[in-house]
Design a protein around this ligand. Structure first.
Ligand code: ZN
Length: 222
C-alpha cells in the first residue's frame, strides 16, 4: 500500500505525473479538480454549488474540498494505495491528513513562477470540441486550428497574465506553508519540474525508491 500527496502549482505537470504513477503502480488517482469537474458536468447538487461559486468569482472553499476528499477516501477502493492531488489546502487539513493516513511521502513539483507563466499562457483550447493544446508542448498542425475538428483555438478566459498572477499569489500564500509543514515532518521530496515529463517521472521514482519508469512502447518491446 502506497499513499502519496502530490503538490505543485498549476502548470507543474501534477496531473500528468500522478496519472503515470497511478497507472503503473495501481494507485487510485484522486484529483480534487477532476471530482469537481465531474459534478459540474453531471449537474449534481455539489456541481450546482461549485457553479454558483465560480459564477460569483469565488474559489471553492477549503471545507468543501475537505468534505469531498473525505467522502472519496471513505470509498476504500484504493487497495494498492492512492495519490492525491489538490489537497490539503491549508495547515489544519495537512495536520488532519498526517494524523489520519500513514503517508509514504509528499511529491513536491517545483516550478519557478516565470516558467509557470510561460507554460500557462501558451495554453489554447478548441472553441468547438474542447481539446487542449499548448503552443510549447502540444502545437496544432495548422496554427490556430484544432487537429481533431478544425475549430478555432482560443485562450481560456482565466488564462490572462492578471488572473494567473492572482492564482500564483493565492497558491503561494496558501500552499507554501503546507509544504513547509510537511517538510518539518520530513515527508517531502522536492522535484525540479522544469524538465520533460519522462525525466520528472524518473526523478520521482528514484527519490521514492519506486520501480523504474518505462515508457509504454519500451515496455511493449521489452
Ligand atoms: Zn476541436
Amino acid at each position: 500500500m502506497r499513499k502519496y500527496v502530490i503538490m505543485g502549482v498549476q502548470g507543474s505537470g501534477k496531473g500528468t505525473q500522478s496519472a503515470l504513477l497511478a497507472d503503473d503502480l495501481d494507485l487510485v488517482h484522486i484529483s480534487v479538480g477532476d471530482i469537481f469537474r465531474w459534478h459540474v458536468k453531471h449537474h449534481t447538487k455539489l456541481g450546482a454549488q461549485v457553479r454558483r461559486l465560480v459564477a460569483a468569482g469565488e474559489l471553492v472553499g477549503d471545507d468543501l474540498v475537505e468534505d469531498v476528499v473525505k467522502d472519496r477516501l471513505q470509498l476504500h477502493d484504493w487497495n494498492y494505495g492512492f495519490i492525491i492531488d489538490g489537497f490539503p489546502r491549508n495547515r489544519r487539513q495537512a495536520e488532519f491528513f498526517l494524523e489520519s493516513y500513514d503517508l509514504d511521502g509528499v511529491i513536491h513539483l517545483d516550478l519557478p513562477d516565470d516558467e509557470v507563466r510561460r507554460r500557462v499562457l501558451a495554453r489554447r483550447l478548441c472553441s468547438r470540441c474542447g481539446m487542449d493544446y499548448n503552443l510549447i508542448a502540444h502545437r496544432p498542425e495548422v496554427e490556430g486550428r484544432c487537429d481533431v475538428c478544425g475549430g478555432n483555438l482560443v485562450t481560456r478566459e482565466d488564462d490572462t497574465p492578471d488572473a494567473l498572477a492572482r492564482r500564483l499569489a493565492d497558491y503561494h500564500s496558501k500552499i507554501d506553508p503546507v509544504v513547509e509543514l510537511f517538510k518539518r515532518k520530513e515527508y517531502v521530496m522536492t522535484i525540479d519540474a522544469r524538465a520533460d515529463k519522462a525525466t520528472v517521472q524518473r526523478a520521482i521514482r528514484t527519490r521514492f525508491n519506486l520501480p523504474p519508469y518505462l515508457p509504454s512502447d519500451a515496455r511493449l518491446s521489452g
